[in-house]
Design a protein around this ligand. Sequence first.
Ligand SMILES: [Fe+2]
Length: 384
Amino acid sequence: MPFQIHCDFRHTTHVVHGANSITRLPQFFSDKAKVLIVTDKGLVQAGIAEKIVAVLNDNNIPHALYDGALPNPPAACVHAGQRLYAKAKCNALLALGGGSPMDVAKMIGVVANNGGRINEYLGSGNVKNDIPPLVCIPTTYGTGSEVTPFAVLTNPKTQNKDPVISSKITPQAGILDPELSVGLPAGLGASTGMDALTHAIESYTNLLAGPITDGLALQAIQLIGENLRLAVANDYELAATENMLVASMLAGMAFTQTRLGNVHAMSHPVGAQFGVHHGLANAILLPYVMEFNLNARLDKFANVANALGANTDGLDEREAAQLAVDSVCELNQDLAIPTKLGEVGVKKSGIRALAKATMQSGNVTVNPRKTSQLDIETIFKKAI
Ligand SMILES: [Fe+2]
């Protein structure tokens, strides 16, 4: 425990999960609530936003709809939503979608209750007032943003991503309804599910892990090992989809406390510089980084192997730990995820710049094995 003497654990989000649990939505809003629904155009076109609107209408809850949440949301996207929030005289928020709509809703809430521009609140602990009541309904099983105090803002000129980190932006409630995400396209399900697995494995093995987060992360790893293939395989696997939503949330609760590790430190510049989907970049990098980290936590990687369903009977700790890497490779293969970053457009000529950007991340400092820029360059060489 080189970084902290005390372990803090805080969880304030009321979570409901189960098929058709969106019917529970009204209980989270007061009689005087006027709700801004924050979502994206894809979810409107897919008819999923309509289902939420129907629940609000059935319960006479007034609302306005903002469908302008973009992937990698810039400040303009937040301010356009906040203008609609003010114009429609809203006093509550509902986010529907993946990480971007949830993050945009959090940031609309920051500006609505604190004034100014969202850029003023970047970093940790800069938000003074609580955001309005926010209910999140995730439709992918990746980010866990429904339970985290993080929102990420993208600068479209530099492609840098900066977080707003504050307990004031943690959502009041999360509703995990598998009916809304059971039909997720296979590629998106695979990528976001592997993002959740990366959150769980990085949280479980890093230097800030503790007994509370270990329980959450290990349970997430097991649920993902048991359910991700099935959830991606068909559009009617409600139980597997619900378990994936729960796993993503558990991983979110864990990494809120612990932060992550080298996979996320490396995947952020890969996404920014080569436009690779966040979950896909993580999925490809994960086994290479695990291999690098193995010696630092043989015991924990052996547990990861067990949680992913590998048979470690009769093996010594090193052999069992290696099975964790093999299990992740098999999972990637079953989900049709490429084995190399070169297959998704990353160029070897970019290694120096990628490694330099990686070393700026705080996630490197909590990685289980001490890491130099040369180490990162070596991992990129193998992974590209
Ligand atoms: Fe992630």
